[in-house]
Design a protein around this ligand. Sequence first.
Ligand SMILES: CC(C)(COP(=O)(O)OP(=O)(O)OC[C@H]1O[C@@H](n2cnc3c(N)ncnc32)[C@H](O)[C@@H]1O)[C@@H](O)C(=O)NCCC(=O)NCCS
Ligand SMILES: Nc1ncnc2c1ncn2[C@@H]1O[C@H](COP(=O)(O)OP(=O)(O)OP(=O)(O)O)[C@@H](O)[C@H]1O
Length: 201
Amino acid sequence: MPTAWIILLKKNDMKIGITGGIGSGKSYVCSQLKLMGIDVYDCDEAAKRLLRTSYSLKKQMCSLIGNETYDENGILNKKVVADFLLASEENAGKIDAIVHPVVAQDYKASGCQWMECAIIFESGFNMLVDKVVCVVAPEELRVSRVMKRDGISREQVLQWMSKQFPQDSVLKMSDYEIINDGTVGIDTQLKKILLKIKNNQ
Ligand SMILES: CC(C)(COP(=O)(O)OP(=O)(O)OC[C@H]1O[C@@H](n2cnc3c(N)ncnc32)[C@H](O)[C@@H]1O)[C@@H](O)C(=O)NCCC(=O)NCCS
Ligand SMILES: Nc1ncnc2c1ncn2[C@@H]1O[C@H](COP(=O)(O)OP(=O)(O)OP(=O)(O)O)[C@@H](O)[C@H]1O
């Protein structure tokens, strides 16, 4: 990717979201963008940072889930939050209602052009961007990637998947597709998409 392209792309004030279900390879794609000099705001990372640093969020999470949401050192107990979130749609909705507005605000304040979000349509964060790139991969590959990456069971990965829109629906709502099944290089696919975005196509 010639540097001039990146400079032109950064001058373009279009905002772009990268989405895709758990294990599709969003972070992997974003690491390729980083190599091209493009920074991406990571919603998962931001949610956890804000849950660690925002007094108001901490208070709301403790009222919702209990004081065990944080350990005695004030560290977020991810298992407690994940178990609560995965237990029911109602629970997930309550966490989303607390966390998502704060992440949306933080993204706006970041001034970042690019955003990575697994649940961009579920959360309504698609409204914060102009175009959405969807990263897809076969479900079995996604499951095995996450089992290996996080050391969790197939059932746990499938549980997370069940909380997210199906890949086909997300793809239909998106503007561009990256197929991350190892057949066509990510770099080649990204370059084509970047060119289209630069040319407003
Ligand atoms: C439950 C938590 C602590 C688990 O953290 P952990 O580091 O183990 O997992 P990670 O954040 O990498 O998420 C794993 C997968 O689940 C997805 N996921 C996370 N939260 C949600 C959710 N509310 N709904 C659907 N999928 C979700 C992630 O996007 C990712 O694909 C964390 O995901 C969390 O705080 N989630 C609630 C906040 C949230 O909605 N974050 C999403 C972006 S704003
Ligand atoms: N093309 C690829 N080549 C090699 N490894 C890959 C590739 N794509 C993804 N992976 C690996 O698969 C795992 C899952 O990918 P990644 O973390 O990027 O998924 P994700 O979509 O960001 O998942 P999550 O929604 O959980 O954040 C990671 O360990 C990653 O390094």
